[in-house]
Write a protein that binds this ligand. Structure first.
Ligand code: PHE
Length: 564
């Protein structure tokens, strides 16, 4: 007889019986004749056995009721209530039909939606389930049994056994069961069998098998299995379903919406409407996401704050030429003012409110000179200064702040701004008509170029950029002026990362700043480090109407590689 089951075990090894194994009545016949104790050590047979057990009902005994069960479960349930004339318990019925309980609950819920069709009340049942480890043992045997097998007739050094994952627990249990014992052989501890192989019964595996088949086992054994975490007691919640006051076997598909037509024709009176489900969770709205530029801006702000800078107000995209150019000692014929570079505003075209004294001093320094300068010697016109523009740089903001600083009484200051500026440029992969500037301004007495280089070094170090080089350049409002360069490891060349300089006395002195005060400024674009940080090659992929929202959603927060 034993041979027959071993043969079946081997035969089943070649069956892909879990997926696509169609069970037949024959499976059930064999299933009933397999003695539970034969499943020990026959993994394939055991697996097949549990698979068949999970169907509970033989195929020929499954209800057909001239309709496929899965097709219309709600209808089947109504017919069932009519046929039996009695309430049903969802847990018991699911078991009887060999159906997933949750599926059946879903069908009952759809019946509840039709007013008064069925009445339900809750019920619950305690169940014993195998844990993962329990299932594993039900198939492959208990640890102690496998230890007994592993030791064999010759015995085994304890060290060898301990290499197996089941070794420790299995050995303890097998010794307690008096299946095996330890033996000292000089320095070596060996494990040897104390029982004949056919006298050892893997009770644990058999009990687990019985539980998985829904059979009862001794209460004491059950407690022991629970302690070993091989089984779990679970409570299954179910429903008792009975006919409701409006019971019928006809399922009316409820209307979802009350339409104008139904109201006009009065047909709404006869219709059944789907009930509101106030419990339903709405669609989760996706949260807002910061644009990559704003993420990098947040990092820059942190660096400025760490270095003791305060933030300047930048809420003025439209600026007068006076603050954008004239206050910065930029002559009125300067090519940058030309319509090719600057966006002029047509409405309102001009600004009219300026600090009068200061305006006069600016006019004088441009046209005649002063404060030790010969000026530009040209006919300065108020009309030109009044013209409104979209600010071309954030230095317009710095000019306003420095003027305020002079009015309030000078004190050493470090200020920064990060915001949008506009230039009428030819658009290409790296240029747009608007971009963001990061600008820092340091006002202090007797500030030197060496201080400035120190500040830049510190600032860029916090961005992870070291080894700066400086190159003389020209700005109308600074002298000396320096372009800041850094070596780009990826491009293997020096790239310009910023522009800087010491603001000219022709700019500072008309504002009313003390003569021994020096003001240094520097600026860089926010776009360049952002594109480098997120590996974006075309500025149109970063900014503007064609930007992919998914990109904004997915870019991680910015962590510039700081070196403190
Ligand atoms: N405004 C300059 C630019 O647009 C940057 C700058 C700011 C230079 C302050 C010197 C001082 O490039």
């Amino acid at each position: 007889m034993t041979d027959q089951w071993s043969q079946l075990n081997e035969k089943l090894a070649s069956y892909p019986y879990v997926d696509g194994y169609t069970i037949s009545d024959r499976d059930f016949e064999v299933f009933k004749s397999v003695p539970v104790k034969e499943l020990g050590g026959k993994a394939n047979l055991a697996r097949w056995h549990r698979h068949i057990a999970s169907f509970k009902q033989e195929p020929s005994k499954q209800p057909t009721d001239d309709m496929e069960l899965g097709d219309n479960l709600p209808q089947y349930l109504l017919n069932h209530l009519t046929k039996t004339g009695a309430p049903f318990n969802s847990i018991a019925l699911a078991e009887e039909l060999g159906l997933d309980h949750q599926k059946l609950i879903g069908a009952v819920k759809s019946l509840i939606a039709q007013d008064g069709l069925v009445t339900v009340s809750e019920t619950s049942e305690k169940r014993t389930e195998l844990t993962n480890e329990g299932q594993e043992m039900a198939t492959n045997g208990s640890h102690e049994y496998n230890v007994f097998v592993a030791i064999g007739d010759e015995g085994l050094p304890q060290g060898e056994l301990m290499k197996l994952p089941i070794g420790k627990v299995g050995m303890a249990k097998a010794i307690a069961a008096k299946w095996i014992a330890t033996e000292k052989n000089g320095a070596e501890v060996r494990l040897v069998r104390k029982m004949a192989a056919d006298a050892v019964v893997d009770k644990v595996r058999e009990q687990l098998e019985q539980i998985s088949l829904g059979q009862e086992v001794d209460a004491k054994d059950k407690t022991e299995l629970k302690k070993r975490k091989l089984i779990n007691e679970v409570t299954v919640k179910g429903l008792i379903v009975e006919k409701g006051p409006n019971f019928t076997t006809e399922i009316v598909k409820p209307e979802l919406d009350l339409t104008a037509e139904m109201i006009q024709s009065g047909s709404w009176k006869e219709k059944t409407f789907k009930k509101y489900n106030f419990e339903a969770l709405g669609v989760q709205p996706s949260s807002g996401h910061l644009h990559p530029l704003m993420k990098v801006r947040a990092e820059f702000r942190q660096i400025f704050f760490q270095m003791g800078f305060t933030e300047m107000p930048t809420n003025r995209y439209v600026e007068s030429s006076f603050w954008n150019f004239d206050a910065l000692f930029q002559p009125q014929q300067h090519p940058a003012r030309d319509a090719h570079d600057t966006f002029f505003i047509s409405d309102p075209a001009i600004s009219t409110k300026f600090p009068t004294d200061y305006l006069e001093r600016v006019k004088t320094v441009h046209s005649k000179g002063g404060f030790g300068s010969i000026g530009y010697n040209y006919d300065w016109k108020l009309e030109e200064a009044q013209k409104n523009v979209l600010r071309t740089h954030t230095t317009a903001v710095s000019a306003r702040q420095l003027y305020s600083l002079a009015q309030e009484g000078f004190k050493p200051s470090k200020m920064f701004s990060i915001d949008r500026v506009f230039r009428n440029e030819t658009l290409d992969a790296t240029h747009l008509a608007e971009f963001h500037q990061v600008e820092g301004v340091i006002a202090e007495k007797n500030l030197s170029l060496a201080h400035l280089i120190g500040i830049f070094t510190e600032f860029f170090k916090k961005l992870g950029i070291e080894g700066l080089k400086f190159k003389p350049t020209y700005n109308p409002y600074t002298e000396p002026s320096m372009e800041i360069f850094a070596y780009h490891q990826g491009l293997k060349k020096w790239v310009e990362i910023g522009n800087s300089g010491m603001f000219r006395p022709e700019m500072l002195l008309p504002m009313g700043l003390p003569e021994d005060v020096n003001v240094a400024g520097y600026g860089l674009s926010l776009e360049r480090p952002t594109m480098i940080r997120y590996g974006i090659n075309n500025i149109r992929d970063l900014f503007g109407a064609k930007v992919d929202l998914e990109m904004i959603r997915k870019t991680p927060i910015c962590r510039l590689s700081k070196k403190d």
